[in-house]
Design a protein around this ligand. Structure first.
Ligand code: LMR
Length: 394
């Protein structure tokens, strides 16, 4: 039977990780996978998470199951973090999931259950795994224009024109902040126009928010998702704790369904619980528990926020440095967009050939679509990258 298996397409980002690992050049620079790294190239356990972990070791007396939806305290804490007071708590159904990817996957399955004919509108480009999961689930995808390769900003007019094609019951997948892979984001006026369009058409927004706190700040990065959740009749939200709590391998995420019609909440919750049970039963608890402890304890929360803010400001400083260095070396302002983009990524907007040249000639690794992870840089490697970019004629 196993001989019937066909080779599956390799995930571009994970393939790049392996390629980087195998490279023996000691000058190599990893700007590939979206993992935060400090100036020493390490991905440390955040201080507050470490402190919570120590405390948990002392107080945890059982590893027995918690609940299909995960610990309700985790849901409460995360809903507050993502949605603030924008929607009443009793309008939100939610389940803990294995990471943000788990939430995305369950969210798509939920859509399929609710409307098997739904088309999912996806930004062009989007995180490749969105497309891969949709394909695996045999769901129809429709790309909408998003990135303007000339300005390296959002192709806003094109985006609205493409979203004008949505029909009632379709889903529009949006990145809550820090768009992956481009780093280009809508402003709040533009978000409002998208919301108005979706509401006029009866389409449902699904928001993937994986980088809250990495862009303009913890509250600022949640503004758009709060606007959407409070203005649209129904919203699906997949939130990840991997990056902003640094708990990547613990697989910690939350899937939320917001419905302005509160009478549907029990059914929504039951459906989410059912999906968890079918897919993996109980969600992982360790990371979720640490996140809850951090968010519930004033001192730990303050320390986590301070460390996250340092991470954010560090990435912004690297953006400024890289844009400045490129301006100096190229004598042009054409790289100014790097300082304007937000989050972990920027899309350079160059060809796969040039990306390959950077890898071959300079041992610099970025995703083939020219997405670079800003956090993979430090003050010493920024000038090296800038010189390589100019040398490669980008
Ligand atoms: C990325 O985009 O690099 C991250 O979200 C990690 C991943 O799983 O792809």
């Amino acid at each position: 039977m196993f001989q019937n298996l066909k080779e599956q397409p390799a995930d571009k980002i994970l393939a790049l990780m392996a390629q980087y690992k195998a490279d023996t050049r000691d000058t190599k620079i990893d700007l590939g996978v979206g993992v935060y790294k400090n100036a020493q190239g390490e991905t440390p356990v955040m201080r507050a998470i470490k402190a919570a972990e120590q405390k948990l070791w002392e107080v945890e007396t059982s590893k027995s199951y918690v609940a299909l939806a995960g610990d309700p305290a985790f849901s409460d804490a995360m809903i507050e973090l993502v949605l603030g007071t924008s929607v009443a708590r009793d309008l939100v159904a939610s389940v803990a999931t294995p990471g943000g990817t788990g939430a995305v996957r369950q969210g798509f399955e939920l859509v399929k259950m609710a409307n098997p004919k739904a088309r999912v509108f996806v930004s062009d480009p989007t995180w490749p795994n969105h497309l891969s999961i949709l394909k695996y689930l045999e769901m129809e995808m429709v790309p909408y224009r998003y990135f303007d390769n000339d300005t390296r900003g959002v192709a806003y007019e094109g985006m609205l024109a493409d979203l004008d094609q949505v029909a009632e019951g379709d889903i529009v997948l949006l990145h809550g902040c820090c768009h992956n892979p481009t780093g280009a984001n809508l402003n709040l006026t533009q978000w409002q126009a998208v919301i108005d369009l979706l509401n006029a058409k009866g389409a449902v927004p699904m928001i993937d928010i994986a980088y809250q706190g990495f862009g303009d700040g913890l509250e600022e990065d949640a503004q758009a998702v709060r606007m959407v959740a409070s203005s649209c009749p129904e919203t699906i939200i997949a939130a990840s704790c991997s990056k902003n709590f640094g708990v990547y391998r613990e697989r910690t995420g939350l899937l939320m369904m917001v419905s302005q019609d509160g009478s549907g909440r029990a059914l929504n919750q039951q459906t989410l619980n059912f999906l968890n049970r079918q897919n993996f039963s109980f969600p992982p608890d360790h990371g979720a528990r640490l996140v809850t402890m951090v968010l519930q304890d004033d001192a730990l929360r303050a320390d986590w926020k301070a460390e996250l803010e340092d991470v954010r400001l560090g990435m912004l400083a690297l953006r400024e440095q890289l844009a400045g260095e490129l301006q100096r070396l190229s004598g042009s302002d054409r790289f100014g967009f790097i300082a304007q983009h937000r989050g972990m990524f920027s899309r350079l907007g160059t060809s796969p050939d040039k990306v390959e040249l950077l890898r071959k000639e300079h041992a610099i690794y970025m995703v083939g679509d020219s997405r670079l992870n800003i956090a993979g840089l430090n003050a010493e490697t920024v000038p090296i990258l800038a010189k390589a970019i100019v040398d490669c004629g980008i």
